[in-house]
Design a protein around this ligand. Structure first.
Ligand SMILES: [Zn+2]
Ligand SMILES: [Zn+2]
Length: 227
């Protein structure tokens, strides 16, 4: 008895519709493998049944082909020098820039960006952004990692280091500002709500962060205040 016959006799549960169906209901594919001069026939049985695959394909075609048509139209328009000039001119106008900045000022887009910043990926992005920012300003020490930032934030348990409110997401704040030669290291970073962060800007005096509520101790705080 070959493997092929075995497959045809058994049944399989389709992962899409969760129904146990005979193998004949699946679109089997036969693969020939040559090993030591002997050809073995393998039967590959997909995990979805024929009916489910057809349904999936229909949905795929609906999306893929409509996009394809649209992109073809774009290509045709781009090939036309007159239309291309018009599109480029529109792109370069202030009205386009104004429309874009209007969009970024809406609550919807702000909320969307905030949601992104709160994800794991967004946090990594912010850390990379701060590293870039401090590299540009030639900060001497630039060692803050995403892990350290998460630990700092966890230490404050959602409370702002300056005003203690806990109803806003915490943002990264450099205790001694980067602009004045502060370092981008764990001991110079604290968690603040955005209104505090905005108010603090690059002030060096009058802003002393509270101790974190968790176990983390900011023992190097005083060192970092005087670079
Ligand atoms: Zn199915
Ligand atoms: Zn605050």
């Amino acid at each position: 008895m070959t493997q092929l016959e075995l497959s045809l006799e058994s049944t399989r549960i389709c992962i899409s519709c969760n129904v146990s169906k005979p193998i004949s209901e699946f679109r089997t594919r036969h693969r020939n493998r040559k090993r030591d001069g002997i050809v073995f026939v393998y039967v590959n049985v997909p995990r979805s049944c024929k009916a489910c695959e057809a349904r999936y394909q229909k949905g795929y075609n609906a999306i893929h082909y409509s996009t394809k048509e649209r992109s073809l139209r774009h290509h045709r328009e781009w090939a036309d020098p007159e239309k291309r000039a018009k599109t480029l001119a529109a792109f370069k106008t202030n009205s386009f820039k104004a429309a874009r900045s209007r969009y970024y000022r809406t609550e919807k887009s702000k909320a969307r960006i905030q949601r992104y910043y709160e994800t794991e990926k967004g946090q990594t992005y912010l850390i990379a952004k701060w590293a870039r920012h401090s590299r540009k300003r030639q900060t001497a020490f630039n060692t803050l990692t995403a892990q350290e930032w998460r630990a700092i934030k966890a230490g404050y348990q959602g409370h702002c280091a300056y005003c203690d409110r806990n109803d806003l997401p915490l943002t990264l704040d450099h205790i001694y500002p980067i602009a004045h030669g502060g370092t981008n290291t764990a001991n110079n970073v604290t968690a603040a709500c955005w209104p505090c962060n905005m108010k603090k800007r690059d002030h060096t005096t009058g802003w002393i962060p509270n101790e974190p509520r968790g176990s983390r101790q900011q023992s190097c705080l005083l060192d970092s205040m005087s670079p």
